[in-house]
Design a protein around this ligand. Structure first.
Ligand SMILES: NC(=O)c1ccc[n+]([C@@H]2O[C@H](COP(=O)([O-])OP(=O)(O)OC[C@H]3O[C@@H](n4cnc5c(N)ncnc54)[C@H](OP(=O)(O)O)[C@@H]3O)[C@@H](O)[C@H]2O)c1
Length: 249
C-alpha cells in the first residue's frame, strides 16, 4: 500500500488555487491537510469550492502544526517568499507557482533549499502548452534572429510582465547571446483575459507566430500534481524547468 502525500495549499481561495486544490483533493495518492488564504481565512473549503472538503482556511503556515507536507503556493510574491522560507526551514518540500520573485529572493530560496535538503519546484507556468512553446521557440530562434514577446492576462494579475514572458525573453536572449533587454516584451492587462502568450519571429518578407492560450486554470493542475509527486526526488535542488517534471521516472 502506498502512503498518500500530505499537501498544504496556500492561495486556496484564489482563481488558480481553487482549480489546483480541487485536483489535489481528487488525487488518490494525495491528502489535502491544510489551506491558507488572506481575506478568506476562517472560511470552510466546502463553501469556497462547492466540494465536501471540511478544512478551515488558516491565515498562516504557523497555524498548521503537521510535521510534514508539501507546500503548494499560488498566492502573491511577498507573502509567498516568507511562507516558502518557513516551510523549507520546517523540512517541507515546496511546489511554487507564484510569480514575481526577485533574483535575490530566488537565490536565497536556492541556498535555503540546499541547506535543509528539501525538494523545490518553482515554475512560472505549469501548463503543458507553455513548455512545448518554449521548445518550439528554441528551435525557431536557431533560424530567425529577431522576435518580440506579447503576453495578456486578467487585469487582476499583479506582476507585469508575466514570469512566463520574462522566461521566454531570457531564452531568446541566451540563444542569440544578447542582453535580455534587447528582446521587447509587451503586456496587456484586461478583464476577459485568462493567460495568453505569443512570440512573433520576423525575417525578411515573413513572420512566424507561436501562440498559446489558457482558457481555464485547470490547464495548470496536471503539471502541479506531477510536481507534487516528484518534488521529494529533487532534494537539495530548485527545479525551474517543467521538462524535469515531465521526465519519465
Ligand atoms: N505557475 C503557474 O503556472 C501559474 C498559473 C497561474 C497563476 N500563477 C501565479 O499564481 C499566483 C496567484 O494567481 P491567481 O490568479 O490565482 O491570484 P488570485 O486569484 O488573486 O489569488 C490569490 C490567492 O492568494 C491569497 N493571498 C493573497 N495574499 C495573501 C497573503 N498575504 N497570505 C496568504 N494568502 C494570500 C488570496 O487569498 P484571499 O482570496 O483570501 O485574499 C488568494 O487565495 C500569481 O502569482 C500568479 O502569477 C502561476
Amino acid at each position: 500500500m502506498t502512503t498518500s502525500i500530505p499537501v498544504v495549499l496556500a492561495g486556496a481561495s484564489g482563481k488558480t488555487g481553487r482549480e489546483v486544490g480541487k485536483a489535489i483533493y481528487h488525487a488518490d495518492d494525495m491528502n489535502l491537510i491544510g489551506a491558507i488564504a488572506q481575506r478568506h481565512a476562517g472560511s470552510m473549503l466546502t463553501d469556497l469550492w462547492a466540494e465536501p472538503v471540511p478544512i478551515v482556511v488558516k491565515e498562516s503556515l504557523a497555524q498548521i502544526q503537521d510535521p510534514y507536507a508539501v507546500l503548494v503556493d499560488f498566492t502573491e510574491h511577498q507573502s509567498s517568499y516568507q511562507r516558502i522560507c518557513e516551510a523549507v526551514s520546517r523540512g517541507w518540500d515546496i511546489v511554487v507557482g507564484t510569480t514575481g520573485f526577485t533574483s535575490e529572493e530566488r537565490e536565497s530560496i536556492t541556498q535555503l533549499v540546499a541547506r535543509y535538503q528539501v525538494g523545490a519546484v518553482l515554475i512560472a507556468n505549469f501548463s503543458l502548452g507553455a513548455w512545448v512553446m518554449e521548445q518550439l521557440a528554441k528551435q525557431a530562434s536557431q533560424y530567425f534572429k529577431k522576435a518580440e514577446v506579447l503576453e495578456a492576462h486578467a487585469d487582476t494579475k499583479k506582476d507585469k510582465p508575466s514570469g512566463t514572458a520574462k522566461r521566454m525573453a531570457q531564452l531568446l536572449a541566451d540563444s542569440w547571446d544578447t542582453p535580455v533587454d534587447a528582446i521587447p516584451v509587451h503586456a496587456l492587462r484586461l478583464p476577459g483575459m485568462v493567460a495568453h502568450q505569443a512570440v512573433v519571429f520576423g525575417a525578411s518578407g515573413q513572420i512566424l507566430t507561436l501562440r498559446h492560450d489558457v482558457h481555464d486554470r485547470s490547464a495548470y493542475a496536471a503539471g502541479v500534481l506531477a510536481a507534487i509527486r516528484k518534488v521529494r526526488s529533487f532534494s537539495g535542488h530548485v527545479v525551474q524547468d517543467f521538462g524535469r517534471i515531465m521526465d519519465p521516472d
